[in-house]
Design a protein around this ligand. Structure first.
Ligand SMILES: [Zn+2]
Length: 82
């Protein structure tokens, strides 16, 4: 690999990991007003089913990890993506 800027061959390759967290959630106001109340009622009436759901339901957020190769020139410091 040759640096695109200065033409030097002294280029390192770095693996860059980006972790993005996507989370579905209600607004703060929703939880302040109704969220705790609904959850409380559900726990009161459906303690056992809720317990089972809490254990077995999939978590409502997804993590996505992207691996990217970054080339970094040791001579001039120029870096670019693969
Ligand atoms: Zn360079």
């Amino acid at each position: 690999m040759i640096c695109q800027k200065c033409g030097s061959e002294n280029v390192n390759v770095q693996m860059v990991s980006e972790t993005k967290l996507k989370k579905k959630h209600h607004g703060i106001l929703y939880w302040l007003c109704f969220g705790w109340l609904i959850e409380l009622l559900l726990w009161f009436f459906l303690t056992l089913p809720m317990l089972i759901i809490k254990i077995f339901k999939p978590k409502n957020y997804k993590t996505k990890t992207i691996h990217k190769s970054m080339f970094v020139c040791q001579s001039c410091g120029f870096n670019w993506k693969a």
